[in-house]
Design a protein around this ligand. Structure first.
Ligand code: GLY
Length: 342
């Protein structure tokens, strides 16, 4: 079975040469490296990415290192330490994209510690862009990734038990519309006591010294989601997009709302049409809010963007989103993003 699957992948690679991974050396350039990550946990991500860029490494290697570092952090809301779905299983989504539009993605992946690296293997070792579920897990194991035990981190287990008590737990379609006691309205994720939103997604975008842009996004998805639910994070164009002529963008927050507008592709296209990264993030958020302003009061979405010239933008629906910058002048600096709703 395993062998025939390998043979299939091999054959597919021969049949579809146009989508094979393209590995071009980074172009010579005098640009200064920049790395930007979502949230203050971006300090951990940037600390892993920055040495790669300083060492004249490629942006794609830098963003993968950022993803690995954050997936290693059991206290972060991504990776196997994240919150489980409503049935108690942690399911992971991730994607990665380079300056040549090579991209790879995994979704609904269980028991694998580094989905970002599996996504990179999908990009480099298969003719496909996206693998999901048991197929993604099987591919990961074939690529040498260990199958981890199906357990919850102590924090996630505590949160899950609490959620089971608080929430009206009925695993039926649209149960996610049930109001949690912690949040208001449909799709309300957990909030911190100060009113800011919890988060579950880490994204990093980087520009290397050779002028190449790359990005990655990794998440355990919305806590206590329906089993099988996949958000924006593994979807190229929604949770992440890189166009080396223009810029890169990555999203965090309520994935369904990002998907509806192909969020990160929208941000990059706005930049192509002359908007700065900041203006592009603002207009993409406004597009989401315009659809249903009242509903938008109950969820968080945020974008960060990076232009070819190293300029940075960020904007969120709600207050409470921050991001982390390293660019040679500042290293691992956390900045509060502006938001639509004060
Ligand atoms: N942005 C992560 C998710 O909605 O799954």
């Amino acid at each position: 079975m395993k062998n025939s699957r390998r043979q299939f992948v091999k054959n597919s690679a021969l049949l579809i040469p146009a989508v094979r991974y393209v590995n071009l050396p980074a172009k010579e350039g005098s640009g200064k490296p920049v790395v930007v990550s979502t949230w203050d946990s971006g300090v951990i991500a940037n600390a892993a990415a920055w040495p790669v860029l300083l060492d004249q490494g490629r942006a794609i290697d830098a963003v993968e290192q950022a993803g690995i570092a954050i997936e290693n952090d059991i206290n972060c809301c991504v990776g196997l330490g994240g919150n489980p779905d409503r049935d108690g299983y942690v399911t992971l989504d991730a994607c990665i994209m380079d300056d040549q539009a090579n991209c790879g993605s995994v979704a609904f992946l269980e028991r694998i510690k580094h989905p970002v690296s599996v996504a990179r293997k999908v990009m480099e070792e298969t003719p496909h862009v996206m693998l999901v579920g048991i197929g993604a897990q099987q591919f990961a194991v074939e690529q040498g990734f260990p199958l981890e035990p199906q357990t919850l981190s102590p924090e996630a287990e505590k949160a899950y038990k609490k959620w089971l008590l608080d929430a009206n737990y009925e695993p039926v379609i649209n149960i996610e519309r049930t109001q949690s006691k912690k949040g208001k309205g449909p799709y309300a994720p957990a909030r911190f006591d100060d009113g800011s939103f919890n988060h579950d997604t880490m994204g990093t975008i980087a520009l290397d010294g050779g002028g190449a842009l790359s990005g990655m996004c990794t998440t355990s998805g919305m806590g206590f989601k329906m089993r099988g639910r996949v958000g924006d994070s593994p979807i190229i164009g929604s949770g992440l997009f890189v166009d080396n002529e223009v810029g890169a963008a990555v999203a965090t927050g309520q994935g369904e709302e990002v998907i509806r507008v192909s969020g990160c592709h929208l941000v990059v296209e706005l930049m192509r049409n002359g908007r700065t990264p900041q203006e592009a993030c603002e207009q993409a958020v406004e597009r989401i809010i315009k659809r249903d302003r009242e509903k938008a009061r109950s969820f968080q979405v945020a974008f960060i963007a990076l232009g070819k010239n190293g300029s940075i933008g960020a904007f969120a629906v709600q207050k409470g989103f921050n991001y982390t910058i390293s660019n040679g002048e500042i290293e691992g600096q956390v900045v509060d993003a502006k938001s639509f709703f004060g």
